[in-house]
Design a protein around this ligand. Structure first.
Ligand code: C5P
Length: 414
């Protein structure tokens, strides 16, 4: 078979999706410019309706420059109605987002008022609607806004909650438009094919292992557990039943999954075997290669002029044991290969040696960009078979890499 060597962009759930963005009147409207740019980078088409008050804060020219689309501003513009009626405009989208959603806009939406292009499109649409409110904190807390918010929720409108902090009016409190990152996360979450892994049990190892020298000392490594935890979260978000067997880390246990904390490689193996059967096993943990076979029962005393002798013995290879399990081998076993050189060759050799199905190689050499060990970013190559099939993924945040892998696993089952 001819080896496939593909370079893949990190696929986003937003790729190919269409957003109708309604920009309301608020000083935070400027954030929408960055939002449009970032969404387009993720492959989304963004069409904009700019309200009359929104146009006080951002210009149609800057929006169309970023969106690459005509900006719609006036319901009564004959040309707009001929080229694109408000009904079509509101329906040729997969999602409508109102940002910033002012108190006034929320009130009109809750009451079903349609007195301009934006509110008419909102009333005419058959598509899901999301709002990112932004206003003064008193307005946000006002009983009328509370009522309107409750009504909008009841009507099925998705809410991206405002943040708290210094407001444009100089006051402090709740009411700041959500940050661009948070709006993007909310939109991505909306389009994530939830439930794609429902019914699948996925076992993940993460973090380092601690190998005891005596009751107070141990050998360890620099693994932070971030990549493994991110994968666990991404899989749980797709509906998988996740068992996360984790060595000691500083990370909070992710919600919605079963976490089994362990210290040593031996404990990690026992916890994994206990968790079987599983449909998929992903070994992300940086398991110590050796443990001290003459681990002392009491704290080893320091003695001038003499050094203690530590005898090392090999730890069990959890990935290999799971991959070669005769009774309970998971259908898909995925390993990780942290490499500093000859990444492809070493990863491929590891896949063969360990007997796993896929191996994700990451370059942990510190000369190549920011540190992977302990950092938030990663650059990976996924090997999916014996015949050197490889996918070079674009560098990305560990959360992005995790979501991509979760989607790839979901794809394995479709
Ligand atoms: O042999 P190496 O440590 O380079 O292999 C890395 C892969 O093997 C990772 O997936 C890691 O989680 C797994 N591994 C394991 N048990 C070991 C050593 C490594 O599961 N004792």
């Amino acid at each position: 078979m001819t080896p496939k060597n593909t370079t893949v962009k990190n696929t986003s759930p937003l790729d190919g999706k269409r957003l109708l963005l309604i920009i309301g009147g608020g000083i935070a409207a400027y954030k929408c410019l960055d939002l449009i740019r970032r969404l387009r980078e993720k492959g989304m088409t963004v069409r904009v309706i700019l309200t009359r008050s929104g146009a006080e804060f951002v210009t149609p020219l800057s929006i169309s420059g970023l969106s690459g689309e005509k900006v719609y501003t006036d319901l009564f513009s004959l040309t707009d109605e001929v080229e694109m009626g408000h009904i079509r405009l509101s329906r040729e989208a997969d999602l409508i987002l109102v940002a910033p959603a002012t108190a006034n806009m929320m009130a009109k939406m809750a009451a079903g008022i349609a007195d301009n292009l934006a509110t008419t499109a909102l009333l005419a649409t058959d598509k899901p609607v999301m709002i990112a409110p932004s206003m003064n904190s008193q307005m946000w807390e006002h009983a009328a806004t509370r009522r309107n918010l409750a009504q909008l929720k009841e009507d099925g409108v998705h809410i991206i909650p405002p943040g708290s902090g210094e407001l444009a009016c100089g006051e402090e409190g709740m009411g700041r438009l959500a940050e661009v990152d948070d709006m993007i996360k909310a939109i991505e979450f909306f389009f994530e094919p939830s439930g794609a892994l429902t019914g699948k049990h996925i076992l993940i190892t993460a973090g380092p292992t601690y190998e005891a020298i005596d009751p107070v000392r141990y050998m360890a490594n620099r693994s932070s557990g971030k990549q493994g935890y991110a994968i666990a979260r991404a899989l749980a978000a797709l509906g998988a039943k996740v068992t996360l067997v984790s060595g000691p880390t500083n990370l909070a246990a992710p919600a919605g999954l079963q976490m089994i904390p362990v210290e040593s490689a031996a404990e990690m193996l026992a916890a994994c075997q206990n968790a079987l059967p599983a449909d998929v096993a992903i070994c992300v943990a940086a398991v110590a290669d050796w443990r001290v076979s003459n681990c002392a029962g009491q704290k080893i005393k320091k003695q001038d002029g003499s050094l203690p002798t530590l005898q090392l013995t090999e730890n069990p290879d959890i990935l290999k044991i799971l991959s070669t399990d005769k009774v309970n081998r998971p259908e898909l076993v995925i390993g990780f290969a942290a490499e500093t050189e000859n990444i492809a060759a070493n990863a491929q050799a590891k896949l063969n040696r360990k007997g796993c199905d896929w191996i994700m190689a990451n370059d942990v050499s510190t000369t190549n960009g920011p540190s992977v060990m302990g950092g938030d970013y990663n650059k990976v190559i996924l090997f999916t078979g014996q015949d050197k099939d490889r996918e070079d993924w674009a560098p990305g945040h560990k959360d992005e890499i995790a979501k991509n892998l979760a989607r790839k696993i979901a794809g394995f089952y479709t």
